[in-house]
Ligand binder design. Structure first.
Ligand SMILES: Cc1ncc(C[n+]2csc(CCOP(=O)(O)OP(=O)(O)O)c2C)c(N)n1
Ligand code: SF4
Ligand SMILES: [Mg+2]
Length: 297
């Protein structure tokens, strides 16, 4: 029987995100993508850190692991090592993935680990009441940071491109159709895929709202973008976020869609112990640890 949305529905709880939160759109799109790919609930693991966004695995009936803030990626890599028959999707916020956990995914990207990193980028630390994050625009101020931000934001697309990610995309949680398509392509991609999804936080980010994005987003594929051209991807990514204050009368342009995609051998392909058969499916019969222990003692 093909997988249905009902198969992914948990019956003991429902999301407690604020009404109108952009996390809902990503949640719906992710379930749509799993259904479209006809993945079984037991073939998928959602691994998250800590944040509003990181609660997502509670509300999808697949395997799930809610770990430490910033640290889902090492867990996800461990899962791939133990059982590369599973589809692994890492979920984290902009704080989780660009601040405290910023180091981990750069290495997963250069290794080309076959998993998907789905970032819910609301440009604030939502769970801890709206402090500014590495993706907050220059000049923002709020209750937690009354002095305007002077630091330039992280450019997620350029960071991913230079780290060696083989699938690099930006989504917008106000467009479920596009987000679902991006997730389908990212999960199908053999190698490290990242989707930085712009996700309005209706409670703590009163600037980057749905209306703000609606007026600024455009689709790369409708503007002749060549996703196999890395230099073109860098150029498109330079458009936003800005590393300077906005000029008088200027309006940002936020590209969405696939910036870059290439085929490159994966980490799993290059690891002979798991290249053919997942570790968990291998027999222990001919594995003798005692000689090794004796050698090390
Ligand atoms: C090791 C550790 N450091 C810091 C925190 C506090 N903390 C919890 S969530 C969070 C940031 C959440 O922001 P983000 O990752 O952007 O997720 P969001 O809530 O916006 O979805 C922080 C700093 C923590 N729980 N653990
Ligand atoms: S605080 Fe923001 S990110 Fe968190 S659930 Fe509420 S609207 Fe969503
Ligand atoms: Mg956030």
């Amino acid at each position: 029987m093909p997988t249905t949305l009902q198969d992914l529905q948990i019956d003991y709880d429902k999301p407690n995100w604020c009404p109108g939160c952009g996390d809902f759109g990503i949640w719906v799109s992710l379930k749509n993508a799993i259904v479209q790919l006809d993945l079984k609930p037991w073939e998928v693991v959602l691994v998250s850190g800590i944040g509003c966004s990181s609660k997502l695995p509670y509300w999808v009936k697949t395997y799930g692991f809610n770990g430490l803030h910033g640290r889902p990626m090492p867990v996800a890599e461990g899962i791939r090592l133990a059982n590369n028959g599973l589809t692994v999707i890492v979920i984290g916020g902009d704080g989780d993935q660009f601040a405290e956990g910023g180091n981990h995914w750069l290495h997963a990207a250069r290794r080309n680990v076959n998993l998907t990193l789905l970032i819910h980028d609301n440009q604030v630390y939502g769970l801890t009441t709206g402090q500014f994050s590495p993706t907050t625009n220059i000049g923002e101020k709020n209750k937690a940071t009354p002095v305007p931000v002077v630091e330039a934001p992280v450019n997620a697309m350029q960071l991913a491109l230079s780290a060696g990610a083989t699938f690099v995309a930006r989504g917008y949680s106000g467009d479920n159709k596009q987000e679902t398509e991006l997730l389908v392509e990212a999960i199908k991609h053999k190698g490290f895929s990242i989707i930085d999804t712009m996700q309005p936080c209706v409670t703590f980010n009163h600037h980057n709202t749905f209306a703000w994005f609606y007026e600024r987003v455009y689709k790369l594929e409708e503007h002749g973008h060549d996703m196999t051209n890395k230099m073109q991807a860098f150029e498109r990514a330079e458009e936003w976020p800005l590393r300077r204050p906005l000029n008088e009368g200027e309006k940002e342009k936020v590209a969405t869609g696939i910036f870059f995609k290439e085929d490159r051998p994966t980490w799993e392909d290059g690891t002979p112990q798991i290249a053919q058969t997942p570790l968990v499916k291998q027999s222990l019969e001919n594995i003798h640890v005692n000689p090794l222990l004796d050698e090390l003692m």
